[in-house]
Design a protein around this ligand. Sequence first.
Ligand SMILES: *Cc1c(COP(=O)(O)O)cnc(C)c1O
Length: 362
Amino acid sequence: MKEKPIRVDYRTDKKTKPIIEDIEFGREFTDHMFVMDYSFAHGWHDPRIIPYQPLTVDPAAMIFHYGQSVFEGMKAYLSPKGDALLFRPQKNIERLNRSNQRLCIPEIDEKFVLKAIKQLVSLEKEWIPTKQGTSLYIRPFIISTEPYLGVASSQQYQFIVILSPVGSYYKEGVNPVEILVENEYVRAVVGGTGEAKTGGNYASSLKAQEIAERNGYAQVLWLDAVEKKYIEEVGSMNVFFKINGEIITPALTGSILPGVTRDSAIKLLKHWGFKVTESKITIKELIEAFHNGILEEAFGTGTAAVISPIGSLVWNDEKITINQGKTGELSKRLYDTITDIQYGKTKDPFGWSEYVDKALIK
Ligand SMILES: *Cc1c(COP(=O)(O)O)cnc(C)c1O
């Protein structure tokens, strides 16, 4: 796409900003949004920032029928000096294009989209909440908009970015959660769409999540779809275990979403001198490690919670309690280090944080 300046249609009736303590994740949105269209004839075109508003979409639009869509999830953080920061945003945009490839959606220009996101965040900077642990959630997504009921990939799309101020995930400190190992339903299969960030993966995971919640669990631990043996993910997070001083996380074998937080945790852990293994691990091996007294910590990783410690796991009729149900030392260290980097409060050894405004000046 030729680089054109992004047209901006400013909103005149600005919304009042919510009290950050009162808001639920994903309920409030800022004043503006970014939109760009795709047509077969013109490619991606007409990038614009416009007032946040409902979409006008034909009821025959393919998104409603066959679910061809992708999304991303990232955050903008405010540094102590008041600068807006993004955390490894190019990783999210690269992943969006990998998801696009899998869903037969035309790829976006990564450099341009990153610039557009920065321009939108910069415009909405006053919406980045200032309180400890709060941030501005960024949700880029693409929907197929061609009005057509034939089963094929759409020839029209919209790429949209909306922003949502979010409170601290852990209002009363990092809290370990109870997890149910899911034996019946599966999240993804090798060859399916598990590696892509697409709504269908979430739609198909709701059933197990609902049953688990009804029974008092926070999330499910997903096993592989074929043998129901190998651990894959926890809820919509990647999963890590500390066993006998070493770290193990399921290898990216095709049905696991490659998390940016996962990658960051691996790099930090290696930097700190830990042995990190990405490989298959069975639920049986994990329970055995527990009985041998060498399962030290378990935690999920993802943009929303950063690190979510697992306090206990229930598999069939057995319940194991990890680290006495408390947040482990390493989970805490990872959480503190990653969040300090995200908020620009500490040395950033890998250059992960990016200034929103400085990049625009360049
Ligand atoms: C988004 C997501 C993750 C976490 O990815 P991050 O980039 O760390 O936020 C993990 N698993 C699933 C299924 C996801 O959709």
